[in-house]
Design a protein around this ligand. Structure first.
Ligand code: SAH
Length: 230
């Protein structure tokens, strides 16, 4: 049974997310998130995704450390990004930046399949184990560089990037279906970032709009293994 305190904190968090959605309407154009997205936020228990599962902070509306210098995103941002994708039950989604696997779990509640890429092998491995334990048979995790996308599984109905590159990686646009949506934070390292929402048109261009100011970890290039001596 879930601890009563955690369950109460989870309920309060859902109300806070709804309040924040109303307060940020002028940036997002979405004063309410869809019922399906809010049901996913209610179902997925964030404390399961933290290094210490009984963390009293699990249901605070803020990012938290997950080790390896990385963070689990703020719940309101997870809800806002998921909402923007307008996911349907039969959709296939690509996520860049698996981290704890929390965002992937929320996506897996509203879409058919989730493909998620993480550059840090240990995080990918622990997210994979955690998602399996929680029964998510519709999420695939791989270690790799998200700049390249996941060509074997493309095209996707939606792409969500949860680390910030300086510009939109072309491979991710190419691997998105026409009419598909992308949500991605953009910004130079140590400078303010903006969350871009985009829709790919029939000619293959991504039409983007700027939405919220955000703070994600930078999207890094995965160092190729290289020999020091021949
Ligand atoms: N979505 C995560 C939080 C993302 S934190 C969650 O729900 O917990 C951002 C993650 O992006 C970090 O784990 C970081 O290691 C990863 N990352 C950074 N650059 C990347 C890249 N090029 N490809 C894939 N993952 C990357």
């Amino acid at each position: 049974m879930v601890d009563k305190k955690l369950a109460n904190a989870h309920q309060r968090l859902l109300v806070e997310i709804e309040d924040e959605a109303r307060a940020t309407d002028s940036w997002t154009g979405r004063p309410r998130f869809s019922e399906r997205v809010m049901a996913a936020m209610a179902k997925v228990r964030r404390h399961e995704f933290l290094p210490s599962a009984d963390s009293p902070c699990a249901y605070l509306n803020r990012p938290l450390p997950i080790g390896h210098g990385q963070t689990i995103s703020q719940p309101y941002i997870v809800a806002a990004m998921t909402d923007f994708l307008d996911l349907e039950k039969n959709h296939r989604v690509l996520e860049i930046g698996t981290g704890s696997g929390y965002q992937a779990a929320v996506l897996a509640e509203v879409a058919e399949r989730v493909y998620t890429i993480e550059t840090i092998e240990k995080l990918a491995a622990s997210a994979r184990r955690r998602l399996q334990r929680l029964g998510y048979g519709n999420i695939e995790v791989k270690t790799g560089d998200g700049h390249e996308g996941w060509i074997e599984e493309a095209p996707f109905n939606a792409v969500i990037v949860t680390a910030a590159p300086e510009r939109i990686p072309q491979a991710l646009v190419e691997q998105l279906k026409p009419g598909g949506r992308m949500v991605i934070p953009i910004g130079r390292v140590d400078e303010p970032q903006t969350l871009y929402c985009g829709i790919k048109d029939e000619t293959g261009n991504l039409k983007t709009t700027k939405t919220l100011p955000v703070a994600f970890v930078p999207m890094v290039r995965r160092a190729k293994k290289r020999k020091l001596w021949n």
